[in-house]
Design a protein around this ligand. Structure first.
Ligand SMILES: *Cc1c(COP(=O)(O)O)cnc(C)c1O
Length: 370
């Protein structure tokens, strides 16, 4: 094979590495924040019927505007946020990653800049690079929270065209206060994207940025069916924003990007929302169990509003990661010195993780004062 450098690659892609959470054959896969619970039997039965029905029309292109699906998503958002969201304010694509890519194609691009508060979702800078958008790392405090005043000052100075706020943040887990999001909106002339991939897991009393949408035409809230809905394999992400943002995205979206099968499956899944989201509470219980078990092992965690926990600290996180893998437990090394991230799943998975961690912690944890 030819060396990549021998190809006429775009300069901004040279030397970069692709997104790559390992997909290993391990008994306990706790590294990509999936929901481990199987889909409800009634949903599986309905999916069979709906997909067979949709298949009959596979000779035709799908509904380019996904009108029915967007209406169903708007209903879901309205019910859960208390904020009235119209179908025209919603847009859907193949995973929220595609939604984010379309946003950057529309509002970023060559000569433009995106800013996000790192550590955060690793795909934000990767999609920025892919769309030719320059990237600036926003600052966080040592405890990974965002200092609103410092963030506002940095946004005023950098003047980015796109600002990312991940709330709850991945990989650290903590939700961002709505006041901070509102202040950041006022500080930028660009588009503010609040990535709410984990919103359904937030602790009691954590409102969604959907409630900030009225009167803020440059605010975008992105969501996904990959996490709480337990449908990562479906590839369905979506956003809510001013209807003008949805109109603007039509300039870059590929025609017929969302297949008829995806639209049919997503609508069927949404008809089973209560059954699908029933596992969210169970996952939150496991998350809180993990958090509670750490201090006895001489470890700590970052407050989590998501279905995962950032835990540490380790003298050598990569070595601790390997030691857990040797015990058939795959967690995520997110590249933060001293920290690892584990997905909360079933009680059996929590047991396996905590047992393995109990064996690993004494050797690998950081000593006090490190
Ligand atoms: C998992 C995740 C997504 C989801 O991406 P999909 O393409 O919808 O699967 C988006 N944002 C963040 C912060 C995530 O962690």
């Amino acid at each position: 094979m030819t060396d990549l450098d021998a190809l006429p690659l775009r300069p901004e892609l040279r030397g970069r590495t692709p997104y790559g959470a390992p997909q290993l054959k391990v008994t306990h896969r706790l590294n990509t924040n999936e929901n481990p619970y199987p889909l409800p039997a009634e949903l599986l039965a309905d999916l069979g019927t709906a997909l067979a029905e949709a298949s009959r029309e596979l000779n035709r292109y799908p509904d380019r505007d996904a009108v029915g699906l967007r209406a169903d998503l708007a209903t879901y958002l309205t019910r859960t946020s208390g904020e009235r969201i119209e179908a025209g304010q919603v847009w859907a694509a193949n995973g929220s990653n595609e939604v984010l890519q379309q946003l950057l194609q529309t509002f970023g691009g060559s000569g433009r800049t995106a800013l996000g508060f790192t550590p955060s979702y690793s795909m934000h800078p990767i999609i920025s690079a892919g769309t030719g958008t320059a990237w600036v790392d926003g600052h966080r405090r040592a405890d990974f929270t965002i200092d609103a005043a410092a963030a506002v000052a940095q946004v005023r100075e950098v003047r980015p065209d796109v600002v990312f706020v991940t709330s709850p943040n991945n990989p650290t887990g903590t939700a961002v206060a709505l006041e901070t999001i509102a202040e950041l909106y006022d500080a930028t002339d660009g588009v503010l994207i609040v990535d709410e991939a984990y919103a359904e897991f937030a602790r009691e009393g954590t409102p969604s940025a959907l409630t900030l949408l009225p009167g803020r035409p440059r605010l975008v809230v992105s969501r996904t069916m990959s996490k709480a809905f337990g449908m990562a394999g479906l590839r369905l992400g979506y956003l809510a924003a001013d209807a003008a943002v949805v109109d603007a995205l039509q300039l870059v979206r590929l025609p017929y990007h969302l297949s008829s099968l995806t639209q049919a499956a997503a609508r069927t899944a949404l008809a089973h929302t209560p059954a699908l989201l029933a596992t969210v509470e169970a996952v939150k219980v496991e998350r809180d169990r993990i958090v509670a078990a750490l201090p006895a092992m001489g470890l700590t965690s970052v407050p989590s509003d998501a279905n995962f926990v950032l835990f540490g600290r380790f003298a050598d996180a990569a070595a601790a990661w390997q030691a857990l893998l040797d015990r058939d437990v795959l967690v995520r090394d997110v590249g933060l010195p001293g920290w690892l991230r584990v997905t909360a799943g079933t009680p059996v998975e929590t047991d396996a993780f905590l047992t393995a961690l109990g064996e690993v912690a004494p050797e690998f944890r950081a000593s006090l004062g490190d």
